[in-house]
Design a protein around this ligand. Sequence first.
Ligand SMILES: Cc1cc2nc3c(=O)[nH]c(=O)nc-3n(C[C@H](O)[C@H](O)[C@H](O)COP(=O)(O)OP(=O)(O)OC[C@H]3O[C@@H](n4cnc5c(N)ncnc54)[C@H](O)[C@@H]3O)c2cc1C
Length: 568
Amino acid sequence: MNYKLTKADDHWFRENINCQYACPVNTPAMNYIERITSGDFDASLRLNFMANLFPHILGRVCTHPCETACRRGVIDKPIAICSLKRSAGDFALKKSPAKPVHIEKTGYRVAIIGSGPSGLAAAHDLAMKGHTVVIYEALPVAGGMLSVGIPPYRLPRAQIEAAINGIAELGAEIRLNSPIDTPDAFDTLLREYNAVYIATGAHKSQILEIPGEDLKGVMHGVTFMKETNLEMLKAVPEKVAVVGGGFTAIDCARSSLRLGAKEVSIVYRRTLEEMPAGEMEVSMAEEEGIKMHYLTSPVKIIGGLDCKVTHLECIKNKLGEPDEKGRRRPVPVQGSNFTIPVDMVIAAIGQSPDLGFFSDKIGIEINHWGMPVIDPKNFMTTRKGVFAGGDCITGPRNVIEVVADGRKAARSIHTFLTGEERKGYSFYYKDQSPSDRMPNYESAPRQKQDAISMDDRRSLNAEVELGLSKENAFKEAGRCLLCHYNIFIDETCILCGGCIDVCPYDCISMVSRDNVDVANDSPDKNTVAGDWDAVMVIDEEKCIRCGLCVKRCPVNAITMKRFAYAEE
Ligand SMILES: Cc1cc2nc3c(=O)[nH]c(=O)nc-3n(C[C@H](O)[C@H](O)[C@H](O)COP(=O)(O)OP(=O)(O)OC[C@H]3O[C@@H](n4cnc5c(N)ncnc54)[C@H](O)[C@@H]3O)c2cc1C
């Protein structure tokens, strides 16, 4: 194999920490997991607050792209990073972040339309910078889909209230029942504020476009969840079929069971592999008795004489060629139609934004899908001073991504108002002694959260997942491979090979100069010493940072350093 010289600069180290790099807000998962290992849950929670603002919420519902990226996943299963975030919150003594003693006011006024996670994140950061922030919220509750989408058995309301109160305590005003739903109302905001952030989410349901959609007993997913969460809908009939494969579909199905349904099924046109809802959500739904119909599409909703739904007619699919997003298209299998007896059909196949308050005159370009066009560098729309982010610029996404939008938009708004540029990120390297790791951490299995019994799952308000026990949180944190620790071998190495002998994962090898590409265009051509015949190389992907090589080296040529970075 030929090796190429690469400059190991801050970019290189940053990209090596897969979990943090994959997080849209760069949460330093490895650092907060380390704090858990040392029993400092308060510090662990504090690191989370700094990065993602809402750890008590995200520790329950985050889509955790960090886990998908986690290097431990290659060995067995990724670290349960999301559950550990929750553990930080569960076991910390200080549940909320320290409030600043004094924030100097700037005199600038910013209006935010929508109090979902994106609007709240932007409000937090803008209020911290001293701007006067007013959030306009159409509904009688704040929180957006956190409050009216995600059900309380997955996200207890106390956690949302605490997050909203924290932002209100920073001085942001939240005006409930205050829709900005006409061009005139939007015009008023443009006159009264120095900047506007539009974070209205995606609340318009996509329709099935099949016969029978107007029958009694047919509802759309977000409406169903909104009415359930606002306690307007208190019961459903016996047999419910939900169409769709995302979070909304699963939540509609599981909520239906809690609202009294006896038979609930989910109809999804592709397979579990392509399903946008997480594997975990699907397994919980199945555990609760929900029947999954994969590779199935609805073709017709059938009703009785009283115009009430009686059956859902479906057709089976097979997977065909990939579509423009790379997912294989469902292709109907002719003659495979069948019916499911139902009293209610919930269509949860997608949502789009509703920006009825825009007029042609305001100078904001709208794309083909009815969403505002933004400059991805700064989240500004085509009208100066008007910014947009969250689900309303893309369609339905997830909490962590829209929090990232809100934070990035807030930085841009601050720059727009004050001219102050954002600094980027700061980083450091520090010497690190090979730590005493948990015995057998490399073979420890992933720990699971406890959950309430099936009998206790009849209430919408009974939280199903109970978090990791403290003991299991320690075990899980101990599994982390500490990708932010790096092994360095300096030029005093005598090539004795002792490190190779002790390495349990065979990730150190001696490489002859002939196999190293030290071409003139090498980024480090000026710093590579000329008089060497061989070098030791370490495979960072395989290294489990056990530190045995550091301990074994007879000439102390091997050191371990930790690297860390944070958004400024
Ligand atoms: C049922 C369901 C379950 C979900 N589960 C998860 C999950 O487990 N994990 C996850 O990461 N994501 C989940 N999501 C997705 C996540 O909730 C959304 O991606 C996120 O809330 C979007 O945030 P946002 O701030 O962009 O918009 P929203 O949360 O939709 O908030 C927008 C707010 O703007 C208000 N608004 C709209 N128009 C106006 C107007 N004209 N004037 C004033 N106010 C207005 C709305 O009332 C709303 O409060 C789920 C979504 C749903 C529907």
